[in-house]
Design a protein around this ligand. Structure first.
Ligand code: ATP
Ligand code: HSE
Length: 313
């Protein structure tokens, strides 16, 4: 049996709409991401388990992980043995934590290993992005590549190899708070204006390029000051009840940057020490999150997608 884990991710990372994303790992060891298990079987089987399995369509054919298996067999590995695939759905759907990317990345990484196809990293990323595009209505890589490769990734179709890893310091603690209601990515994209003024385009380019350069120069204080989202947050924050008040509160508690994780509604707050992170998490847990929500103090997950088990059965 091959068992693969893929981590949650923060798309956009405030300053890089559709172009920047970070994989995250809760410091308490919680596996905040999906797991895919594959083993050879006499017949094709698909099982979806885990805390959010009931939120997904019940037919296997409508589950992205199963779609990945069918597509992989049809286009990449026609001789692959028939298999039983289990998706352990640990991430809420429409959360802003890269839930669909997580299932797609875990499934295709596991299939690549199971079939022994050894697809190149570029080919895998493109295949993964095809599936992400199917559900979100746009081809963006900012959940796919951090989820696969780990770390903070500058990513997109124009980026050599589709992704470049930015160095991150060990004292960065992203706190994530999923409020417990969902926001569909395609809908959260539909509220964004289709045009950007020349002035705003230039500002976006300046902020993102300066952020990346400062990260390489290890000028993290200055880099965090640039973590402002003028592209999506002004439009999406209105869709997320409580976001603006929560942002103000956690900035007062010491967070260095606060924005929407991916398409939302998860809020993320970046802290540069564990005490501020824990205070922010406590506030968010008490004031932003309902009974269906959760919060975690995290670190950047530099490992990305990994094999948990490669046993015989
Ligand atoms: N394994 C799966 N994981 C997540 N979504 C899936 C999966 N299989 C099918 N879907 C469908 O894909 C759509 C995903 O929607 P959407 O893109 O809004 O969510 P998301 O990727 O979970 O969001 P986010 O990136 O914000 O976490 C939903 O309609 C969901 O039912
Ligand atoms: N960059 C994408 C991420 C979606 O998870 C968006 O903000 O729409």
């Amino acid at each position: 049996m091959i068992e693969v884990y893929a981590p949650a991710s923060i798309g956009n990372f405030a300053v890089g709409f559709d172009a920047l994303g970070a994989a995250i790992a809760p410091i308490d060891g919680t596996l905040l991401g999906d797991v895919v298990r594959i083993s050879a079987s006499a017949e094709t089987e698909f099982v979806c388990s885990g805390p959010y399995a009931h939120k997904l369509p019940q037919q296997a054919e409508q589950n992205l992980a199963f779609m990945c298996m069918a597509h992989f067999r049809a286009t990449v590995a026609p001789d692959m043995p028939t298999a039983r695939m289990e998706l352990v759905k640990n991430l809420p759907i429409g959360s802003g934590l890269g839930s669909s990317a997580c299932s797609v990345v875990a499934a295709l990484a596991a299939l690549n290993k199971f079939a022994g196809t050894e697809l190149s990293e570029d080919a895998l990323i493109e295949l993964m992005a095809d599936f992400e595009a199917k559900v979100s209505g746009a081809r963006h890589y900012d959940n796919i590549t951090p989820c696969l490769l780990g770390g903070l990734q500058l990513t997109g179709a124009l980026i050599p190899g589709r992704s470049l890893t930015l160095p991150t310091p060990s004292n960065w603690y992203p706190v994530v708070a999923f409020p417990g209601f969902t926001l569909n990515t395609a809908q959260a994209r539909a509220v964004l204006p289709q045009q950007m003024s020349l002035h705003h385009g230039i500002e976006f380019a300046q902020r993102l390029s300066a952020f990346c350069t400062l990260m390489h120069q290890q000028q993290h204080e200055l880099a965090m000051e640039l973590m402002i989202d003028t592209v999506a947050e002004p439009y999406r924050s209105e869709l997320i009840s409580g976001f603006s008040a929560a942002k103000k509160a956690v900035l007062e508690l010491g967070a260095k940057a606060v924005s929407i994780s991916g398409a939302g509604p998860t809020l993320f707050a970046l802290c540069d020490n564990i005490n501020d992170a824990k205070n922010c998490q406590q506030w968010l847990q008490q004031n932003y999150v309902n009974e269906q929500g959760f919060s975690h103090t995290c670190q950047i997950d530099t490992a990305g997608t990994r094999v948990l088990n490669e046993g015989k059965e």
